[in-house]
Ligand binder design. Structure first.
Ligand code: NDP
Ligand code: MG
Length: 382
């Protein structure tokens, strides 16, 4: 029997690549649920091809157009955030591919966890915002989070067969993004078109800006902390511009395992969907002779302050990462609308972390309030 997949955020970069994996493996997987926010035309096109049981459009104003197109095909169409949550809690699917971008992905992922589902997690913000709560809920409801983020998939793959062995530290690799080696006097003038040109990965706009500012690596440190149950000082970041080593684990005997491959998200996506089995494919292979030098350097956190801010928030704990994430979502959106400069993003995030009250042991409502309050304050600074 094929695994029934719910692709949350099917119209995005990860979502469309997930559907490619399903298209390549029709006997292993079926797209049972697909969802989008605004991109009606692509969602309809996907539904016609993959014939899911359910389609959800979170922006309710777009319901009629989709329903008119798909209900004659016998496809159920629902709209709104509540529908995203209800379908996530239902038994129509086996594995959720959580690929909605940002805080907006939290509520449906939590519903899937409460329903004890397997979740292939691309939406790192869920763990950044509420990692302690999420990991406790995963244990309580016997859910399973399988990372899709390439660094975390690498670490997850390095840990297979190492269950009884303690991790000394993990090393998250970072490409460095389009501004590697640049200094503030250069960054002060960069515009979104340049920031959106990532050297190694084609991704959605938000994560591409996060990669350019190194916030992405900061979010990934926090994501790794919760996924792998690590102490803050067990997480290192290393710039590796070729993006061939996707991350590494160092064990207590000093041995280091790395997972390697070409930078292509389809590999971590299909690994998470097929886990614990690897799936044969004909994707392009890594040829070592094409990479005569793999290089490494320390990140420049004086220039790329977002990484330092994220690390501080991780050490502070409580609701600090939630504040960091909310402020970051607001500033990235403002940068993409040409409202603020590249360097102003860090200034505003820092102000938010200084202004919004710290809560040491937050519950879900505290996270929701911190998110709302931070967005309001960050927006007032723009
Ligand atoms: P995209 O922006 O390409 O896609 C986002 C998806 O989420 C789209 O389907 C979009 O719908 C939907 N969406 C947007 N806003 C909302 C909302 N408010 N409510 C419900 N759905 C919404 O993002 P990516 O695919 O790049 O990233 C998705 C997640 O995966 C992010 O958390 C990112 O950090 C993570 N990730 C991505 C990687 C990549 O290579 N892209 C790598 C590692 C992690 P619509 O198209 O209709 O707007
Ligand atoms: Mg990543």
């Amino acid at each position: 029997m094929s695994k029934r997949i719910a692709v949350y955020g099917s119209t995005g970069s990860i979502g469309t690549q997930t559907l490619e994996v399903i298209r390549e493996n029709p006997t292993l997987f079926s797209a049972e649920v697909i969802t989008a926010h605004n991109n009606v035309d692509l969602l309809i096109e996907q539904a016609i091809e993959f014939k899911p049981n359910i389609v959800v459009i979170s922006n309710e104003t777009l319901y009629s157009k989709i329903n008119n197109a798909l209900s004659p095909l016998g496809i159920k169409v629902y709209a709104g955030e509540k529908a995203l949550i209800e379908v996530a809690a239902s038994d129509v699917y086996d594995l959720m591919l959580a690929a909605i971008v940002g805080y907006a992905g939290l509520s449906s992922t939590l519903a899937a966890i409460e329903a004890g589902k397997q979740i292939a997690l691309a939406n790192k913000e869920t763990l950044v915002v509420a990692g302690d709560l999420v990991t406790q809920m995963v244990i309580k409801h016997k859910s399973l989070l399988i990372p899709v983020d390439s660094e975390h998939s690498a670490i997850f793959q390095c840990l297979v067969g190492e269950h009884q062995n303690a991790i000394e530290k993990i090393i998250l690799t970072a490409s460095g993004g389009p501004f590697l080696g640049k200094k503030p006097n250069y960054l002060i003038n960069v515009k979104k078109d340049h920031a959106l040109q990532h050297p190694n990965w084609a991704m959605g706009a938000k994560i591409t800006i996060d990669s350019a500012s190194l916030m992405n690596k900061g979010l990934e440190m926090i994501e790794a902390k919760w996924l792998f149950g690590l102490e803050n000082d067990q997480i290192d970041v290393l710039v590796h511009p070729q993006s061939i080593i996707h991350s590494m684990v160092q064990f207590e005997d000093g041995s280091v395992k790395a997972q390697m491959g070409l930078p292509d998200m389809k590999l971590p996506i299909q690994y998470a969907m097929g886990f614990p089995n690897r799936i044969k494919n004909n994707h392009k292979r890594l040829e070592f002779k094409n990479y005569p030098s793999l290089t490494f350097e320390a990140p420049d956190t004086k220039t790329f302050r977002n990484l330092a801010l994220a690390k501080d928030a991780m050490y502070q704990g409580g609701n600090a990462p939630c504040i960091l994430n909310a402020a970051n979502e607001v500033v990235v959106d403002a940068f993409l609308r040409n409202k603020i400069s590249f360097l102003e993003m860090s200034d505003i995030i820092e102000k938010c972390l200084g202004k919004i009250s710290h809560i040491a042991l937050p519950g879900l409502n505290d996270y929701i309030e911190s998110n709302t309050e931070t967005r309001k304050y960050a927006s007032s600074l723009i």
